[in-house]
Design a binder for this molecule. Structure first.
Ligand code: PMV
Length: 329
């Protein structure tokens, strides 16, 4: 069946409190360990998909995307075409306010929005679990940008079972992510190459073995709103992932001197009684997690650290949703 509809969907970026790093199955992006995140309100990507084009194409923020980015989107569209059983080419228009490739998970928002827009435009009404599993094929963390609020992704070993679900809505706990931007240039190593290299680290198997326990601690801390417990497990998990990155071959060292300065400042602030903890994705920027009311203090503190070029603050956000739907089926 050929489709011609169009639809626009919006999805937010998310920050992992328990990180996904390494796949048990690369082709389907089945993660080696469970992960847990919250969506970032205000940091989003809107994707419009128009089926009925002559070829798959991609523009990002008004500019024609690179052949590499276009090929990645086209290959995700092919996975959707194949799994849902339809044909046709799409014009994809993406608008985002997230600095691209800077460890602020732009691919998570992009592939969650793309999956929802593409399936809606083609006339499918997929349930949340199906959408999340499909989004995972584009980017593992994108599965977590589909459900709302605080979101968990299991390390399931089949495509259908490996989807995210919400463990609590955005208003469950008024947390903030104050992001210390240290560099906004695209990262040099893609996360796909990073996931692949994880198993070359002698520390990865120990990290995977202990991830389920960290996941349980983190989930309990969120459900009981226990910030001290959250801070301890979030920092441990981020450090464990970066220890794997640093000991992979070739080694991946994402931290800049300013990243370390921020981590030290966060540790000092917490010691002085301010509830805040840090976590870093595959990039030098530091995500400072704190209760919403503490965010202005953290922002102020970050401004005084040399090497922090900007800060962005995001509260807990909702899941992917359709904004415009002109599906013809
Ligand atoms: O979704 P990917 O392949 O970009 O991987 C995300 C990896 C981290 O951001 C470092 C961790 C995570 O769980 O989001």
């Amino acid at each position: 069946m050929n489709h011609e509809g169009s639809a626009t969907a919006r999805a937010h970026s998310n920050i992992a409190l328990i990180k996904y790093w390494g796949n048990q199955g690369e082709r389907l992006r089945l993660p080696a360990n469970p992960s847990l995140s919250f969506n970032l309100a205000g940091l989003f990507t809107e994707v419009t998909v128009n089926w009925g084009a002559d070829a798959d194409s991609l523009t990002i923020n008004g500019e024609q995307a690179s052949p590499k980015a276009t090929a990645r989107v086209s290959s995700h569209l092919s996975a959707l075409r194949q799994r849902l059983g339809f044909q046709g080419m799409a014009e994809v228009v993406s608008e985002t306010n997230i600095p691209l490739g800077a460890g602020v998970a732009s691919s998570a928002a992009a592939f969650a929005a793309l999956t929802l827009a593409a399936t809606t435009a083609a006339g499918f009404e997929c349930d949340e679990a199906t959408l999340s599993a499909l989004a995972r094929l584009g980017s593992g963390s994108a599965a977590r940008s589909v459900p709302t609020g605080f979101v968990s992704l299991p390390a399931a070993d089949t495509h259908a079972a490996c989807h995210a679900r919400s463990i609590a809505p955005p208003n469950h706990w008024a947390l903030a992510d104050v992001i210390a931007l240290i560099e906004t240039a695209p990262k040099k190593v893609s996360s796909l190459a990073g996931h692949r290299s994880a198993k070359t680290s002698p520390l990865q198997s120990a990290r995977i073995k202990s991830a389920a326990e960290r996941y349980r601690q983190c989930e309990r801390a969120i459900l009981t709103r226990d910030f001290d417990a959250l801070a301890a497990v979030v920092e441990l998990d981020s450090n464990a992932m970066h220890a794997v990155m640093m000991t992979s071959s070739p080694p991946l060292l994402y931290w800049h001197p300013a990243s370390i300065a921020v981590m030290n400042a966060v540790t000092e602030w917490r010691r002085s009684g301010i509830p805040v903890c840090y976590t870093l994705d595959a990039g030098p920027n530091v995500h400072c997690i704190c209760p919403q009311e503490v965010a202005p203090t953290i922002r102020e503190g970050l401004r005084n650290i040399p090497g922090v070029v900007e800060t962005m603050t995001a509260f807990v956000g909702k899941g992917a949703h359709v904004i415009l739907d002109h599906a013809i089926s």
